[in-house]
Design a protein around this ligand. Structure first.
Ligand SMILES: Cc1cc2nc3c(=O)[nH]c(=O)nc-3n(C[C@H](O)[C@H](O)[C@H](O)COP(=O)(O)O)c2cc1C
Length: 202
């Protein structure tokens, strides 16, 4: 599969087979993913691979997040989509492994009277760290796809971040996202892409 087919063929997978991922496969994906670009090459990210009983404990925390996001989803989507999303958040689709992507915790204050420059300089670390982590995550998704695995990138668990971090024993890091990963047990329809997003300027 060439890169264009891989990118276009990747789907968010929300239902997985009850089949473990060999550790060497997961490790190969992560080692390759770490070649993502990062702001000033800081590589300010950490990936935690969570399996087994710890994963079950984390799911208990993520269920808390699902209850928090439900009202928001109800405002945005029809009932059918809300139900699918809620089922996924409450089960994580039976994924055999979760990848938790973290960046360093940074604290700063953004004020309304700040100029763009002041704002950027103030939030520089978090801005660059989160963009860098996003590049890493996209690598993981594509590498998983290449190996016949499926994955889904989730930020909904951020709604239960304190509980998740406590469960993980982490105090100095901010959760960027959770990725479910495993062998797909579904072939989801292709969500249409919006046009008119590219602007040629000369
Ligand atoms: C930053 C980000 C956050 C996302 N968070 C969630 C999430 O919390 N729950 C979920 O089910 N999907 C989540 N997704 C997946 C998107 O819903 C999905 O990528 C989008 O609907 C397009 O579908 P596709 O990935 O199959 O092309 C997230 C994707 C991104 C990039």
């Amino acid at each position: 599969m060439n890169l264009s087919e891989l990118i276009r063929g990747r789907r968010s997978i929300r239902k997985y087979l009850d089949k473990d991922i060999p550790r060497e496969v997961l490790d190969e994906i992560l080692q390759d993913a770490l070649w993502a670009p990062s702001g000033t090459n800081r590589q300010n990210w950490d990936v935690y691979v969570v399996e087994g009983k710890k994963k079950d404990k984390l799911l208990e925390s993520i269920i808390v997040a699902s209850d928090i996001v439900k009202p928001k989803l109800e405002k945005m989507f029809p009932e059918k989509i809300v139900n699918i999303t809620m089922t996924f958040l409450r089960t994580l689709g039976g994924a055999p492994a979760l990848l938790l992507v973290y960046m360093p915790r940074s604290t700063f204050e953004i004020r309304l009277d700040m100029s763009s420059l002041e704002k950027y300089q103030t939030e520089y670390d978090r801005y660059n760290n989160s963009l860098s982590a996003a590049a890493l995550i996209q690598n993981i998704l594509l590498l998983a796809q290449e190996k016949g695995l499926g994955a889904c990138w989730l930020t909904a668990p951020k709604n239960a971040e304190d509980r998740i971090n406590e469960e993980m024993g982490l105090t100095d890091k901010e959760l960027v996202s959770v990725i479910t990963i495993g062998y797909p047990d579904q072939n989801p329809p292709v969500p249409p892409r919006k046009g008119e997003k590219i602007h040629w300027v000369s």
